[in-house]
Design a protein around this ligand. Structure first.
Ligand SMILES: Nc1nc2c(ncn2[C@@H]2O[C@H](COP(=O)(O)OP(=O)(O)OP(=O)(O)O)[C@@H](O)[C@H]2O)c(=O)[nH]1
Ligand SMILES: [Mg+2]
Length: 338
């Protein structure tokens, strides 16, 4: 592992690929590698791209990567597929569409699918981002399908979040249904070459005028949970960010300059008033509590036999014991043992 870490820090792509596989498979010893890499992280700008299936996220990632390359930035891409471990076809599709980026050492592409739980995927994605960050990439693009929990997980890792819409996916703006407008730093109306694009822009605009939540509230972490709270009155107008709406035709590279510009402005926005430090603090707090919960539970369960759990379940089912009482009982026996 140690040698692998050194090779990764020296920029060796094969070491990077191998470490990412270790992260994904939670291979023993990978935690030590992640710990050794951690001091080398915190430099990359992480951009999350989310939206309903088929809106053109991968095409946008492709176009963005090319545009960043033209500006001499190195790019790592993670395509996360939280829906199913059986969508190898879709992942292959992503890879094929990104083939015009291959052969360039300044671009690195990786797909990740769930193996077990969504939580596991979120952790693996976060760790993969760190590994790529330590490997020295300037920009990390993370694509996930907007399907519930995964958007929130992007917020927990990305610095700038793009929410992608496209016309003709139904009569309403998809973001309303999925409730993901709140997390958008930039709204992208892709497939602007299609009829209805202007209507999509109009509905998004109307929603923003009604008061984009971000213009009145802010995300904060409280005991490791993300909460939306009223923006502090001391948060003056400079501190507020209203997500711009950018139209693109990803497959033709149209509007990509404007999108890059919007991303850049958001980055500049975060760099004022210590907003970036606050965002990072929130990310760290959420992660810390998440890991703590996991570790405590794992610790506890190590000392409890499956039989004991099964007995408790039975006692709950027969109404002899209530679920909260069962938890208390478990904690007490643990304390007595300790
Ligand atoms: N007309 C038009 N088609 C586009 C545009 N961008 C992407 N497409 C097409 O839309 C389809 C879906 O594009 P993808 O980039 O795979 O979309 P995605 O959001 O990554 O899809 P999933 O990852 O499956 O959710 C493909 O056939 C693209 O060629 C665009 O700007 N205009
Ligand atoms: Mg895709």
């Amino acid at each position: 592992m140690e040698a692998l870490v050194q090779r990764l820090l020296q920029g060796e792509r094969r070491a990077l690929a191998r470490l990412l596989t270790y992260v994904e498979n939670e291979v023993e010893g990978v935690e030590a590698a992640l710990a050794a890499l951690f001091p080398h992280t915190g430099k990359a700008w992480v951009i999350g791209i989310t939206g309903a299936p088929g809106t053109g996220k991968s095409s946008l990632v492709n176009a963005l990567a090319k545009a960043f390359r033209e500006r001499e930035k190195t790019i790592a891409i993670i395509a996360v597929d939280p829906t199913s471990p059986f969508t190898g076809g879709a992942i292959l599709g992503d890879r094929i569409r990104m083939r015009d980026l291959s052969g360039d050492d300044g671009v690195f592409i990786r797909s990740m699918a769930t193996r077990g739980s969504l939580g596991g995927l979120a952790r693996a994605t976060r760790d993969a981002i760190r590994v790529m960050d330590a490997a020295g990439f300037d920009i990390i693009l993370v694509e996930t399908v907007g399907a519930g929990q995964s958007e929130v997980d992007i917020v927990r890792t990305a610095h700038t979040t793009l929410v992608v819409e496209a016309p003709g996916l139904g009569d309403d703006v998809q973001a309303i249904k999925a409730g993901i407008l709140e997390i958008a730093d930039v709204l992208v109306v892709n497939k602007a070459d299609r009829p209805g694009a202007l209507n999509t822009v109009k509905s998004l605009n109307a929603m923003l005028r009604m008061g984009h939540p971000a213009s009145r509230t802010q995300l904060v972490a409280h005991h490791g949970r993300l909460l939306e709270v009223e923006a502090l009155t001391s948060n003056t107008h400079e501190a507020m960010w209203i997500p711009p709406i950018v139209q693109t035709v990803a497959i033709e590279g149209k509007g990509i300059d404007k999108l890059l510009d919007a991303i850049h402005k958001h980055r500049e926005h975060l760099q004022q008033d210590n907003l970036f430090a606050a965002l990072e603090r929130t990310h760290i707090e959420v992660e810390l509590y998440e890991r703590l919960r996991e570790a405590l539970l794992a610790n506890l369960l190590r000392n409890i036999s499956q039989d004991a759990i099964q007995t408790l379940i039975q006692r709950i089912q027969t109404r002899e014991l209530d679920p909260q009482g069962a938890v208390q009982e478990l904690l007490q026996t643990q304390q007595m043992k300790a």
